[in-house]
Design a protein around this ligand. Sequence first.
Ligand code: HEM
Length: 134
Amino acid sequence: MQIQEKPPAGTPFEWIGGEEKVRALVERFYDLMDLEPAYAVLRGVHGTELAKARQHLFWFLCGWLGGPQHYTEKFGHPRLRMRHMPFKIGIKERDQWLACMDQAMAETGVPEDLRARLKESFFGTADWMRNTHG
Ligand code: HEM
């Protein structure tokens, strides 16, 4: 008999395990950004305080994954590229963001198939956010 993994039915939000898991993922993402020397450049782009970023990314990701649209209900269209314009985002920043998020997904137990799919989607979004060479 084979043990069935939860099938990828419904939304990625359901698949990941709802708000509790999204919250855990976001918390780990910013904890790692704070802790790991490998993400120092990315950390440096952020201010001293990460509380607002934690809350906003949580609200955003719930909707982006197909769950509750907290972010758009509060702020309207995310206009993410425009909102990131004040920060220098090149290849290094993009790659550290993606690596930090991937490590957070691994450490919070995001299912492998979902993790691979999200990695691709995150790449598209992060690459589109680049606003400087290098
Ligand atoms: C590519 C590299 C990226 C860098 C360097 C970066 C950096 C930042 C910084 C510095 C902030 C401001 C945090 C604060 O207000 O304290 C921010 C906010 C935010 N980022 Fe990113 N980010 C990146 C990619 C992404 C990606 C891929 C996503 C979504 C999948 C994302 C979603 C957000 C959201 C939702 C906010 C909050 C915006 C707001 O409402 O003010 N970011 N990011």
